[in-house]
Design a protein around this ligand. Structure first.
Ligand code: AMP
Ligand code: MG
Length: 436
């Protein structure tokens, strides 16, 4: 059922980057707002074509290719929500002493007749015997032989009875196409008795790091060199998104090696993510190779961290792979991934609702900022004495300070037009929960 080769990322070859740029009002690759980046990317990619059926246990984190229609009602019968005694609510509120005429167990229907003044002992989940609509919980009863004394109290007709179809009705859309199958959705599919689901193809993402100063793990440290952290943060974020990942290592600043890496990545993946080598002053071959092999735009984004970024497509045979050339700095990589790459990949995965929810928290510090760019500061969200959310920065906001991403539990988003935030001002925070 699964296909080993990359799915055709771009069914109908879309517009060139230049054409997309022309359609966007005020598109300036040298000064793009974060919103303009998102608008551009939305035009640049399409959801992957195709679908496959997978067993439910393999469907976790996959995206539904079509609506799941409920083949049955859940629950399939009216049943008891408590262990207790089922009776007819007609006799409320007077019902006090009832005669027990049988026991209804979960898993099989109790067969018999229940008259006025009678009841059936019933277990949680057992089908409600015909004509009975109310359950008094065991705790509110006293049993005396075949009689049961009820403390009716606040009991109302229909209490402690679950209605047939109250979770889902037969024929109803249980889950919509585009839903990511998290644990709750998988459980819901199982509750419908379905063992297979139709899902979108998994998005295949190849990534590599560039830079002559970048060391792979296992290599001996040397002067001026740093260990590659970007491949690990990118791998983790892709893995959390349910992508299939292809790690192409660190690629030296050598035209032949770079060409080989891009070609292999384009042949095997729907998306290529690189880090490093895209800033203005770069003297290396990464940008040259991107330009040579594909339709690529080099942007300067009005944001901090993460100003330079390359995007485009690298054709390979009859298809092409989407390219993200992220900056090299470790925090910039994570921020540009969360802000731009993630929603773009979600769109390619066919997911609905890709915008990240932002929480509001009161700033505990003055956050100096000029309007005209989006700033992402690493924040620690907690609760103040009044029970309100508050946020402080992790301190040093350098774009290489990866420890700040570990300390933080969210990214404070200071929007494009926003100015300095004062202590106590409400600021938006993109929480990491579920992403990092
Ligand atoms: P670049 O964008 O190539 O100019 O890189 C900017 C900074 O990020 C430089 O200090 C690089 O050493 C650093 N850097 C680039 N790639 C990586 C990586 N894979 N892991 C850690 N740091 C990196
Ligand atoms: Mg570099």
């Amino acid at each position: 059922m699964t296909d080993a080769s990359p799915s055709s990322a771009l069914p109908a070859e879309p517009a060139t980057l230049a054409q997309i740029g022309q359609q966007l009002a005020g598109y300036d690759p040298q000064a793009l707002s974060a919103d303009a980046v998102l608008a551009f990317l939305e035009q640049m990619v399409q959801p992957l074509a195709g679908a496959e059926s997978v067993p439910l246990l393999q469907a976790l984190d996959r995206v539904l290719a079509e609506d799941v229609i409920s083949p049955l009602s859940v629950p399939p019968h009216d049943n008891s929500a408590m262990d207790g005694y089922a009776f007819c609510g007609d006799s409320l509120p007077e019902a006090q002493r009832l005669q027990v005429v049988g026991t209804a167990l979960a898993g099989k229907a109790w067969v018999g007749q229940v008259l006025q003044g009678q009841c059936v002992k019933i277990m949680t989940g057992a089908i409600m015997p015909p004509g009975l609509d109310t359950v008094v919980p065991q705790e509110l009863t006293q049993r005396d032989g075949d009689l049961v004394q009820i403390t009716a109290g606040l009991l109302q007709r229909g209490d402690n009875r679950r209605l047939c179809g109250e979770d889902l009705m037969q024929g109803q859309v249980a889950l919509q196409a585009g839903t990511r199958l998290g644990p709750a959705a998988c459980g819901l599919v199982a509750s419908l008795g379905l063992s297979q689901v139709r899902v979108r193809p998994r998005l295949k993402v190849a990534y590599f790091s560039t830079g002559d100063e970048i060391l792979s793990l296992g290599e001996a440290p040397r002067e001026g060199a740093v260990y590659d952290s970007n491949r690990y943060t990118v791998h983790g974020m892709l893995h959390h998104m349910g992508c299939e990942v292809l790690d192409l290592g660190v690629v030296r600043d050598d035209p032949a090696l770079l060409e080989g890496a891009f070609t292999q990545a384009a042949a095997q993946a729907d998306v290529i993510i690189t880090s490093g080598g895209v800033s203005v002053g770069e003297a290396d071959f990464t940008k040259t190779m991107m330009k040579k092999l594909g339709d690529v735009a080099f942007w300067r984004i009005a944001m901090r961290p993460g100003r330079p970024m390359a995007v485009g497509r690298i054709p390979q045979g009859d298809r092409s792979a989407v390219l993200f050339g992220l900056p090299g700095n470790p925090v910039a990589v994570m921020v540009t991934f969360l802000a731009f790459v993630r929603p773009t990949l979600q769109r390619m995965m066919g997911m609905q609702a890709t915008a990240l929810p932002l929480l509001k928290a009161r700033s505990q510090e003055v956050l100096r900022k000029k309007p005209g760019r989006t700033e992402y500061q690493r924040g620690i969200v907690s609760r103040n004495a009044q029970g309100e959310l508050q946020v402080q920065t992790t301190g040093n906001q350098g774009s290489g300070v990866l420890s700040s991403m570990v300390q933080a539990n969210g990214l404070m988003v200071l929007h494009h037009d926003q100015a300095t935030a004062q202590v106590g001002d409400w600021v938006d925070v993109m929480m990491f929960e579920g992403h990092l």
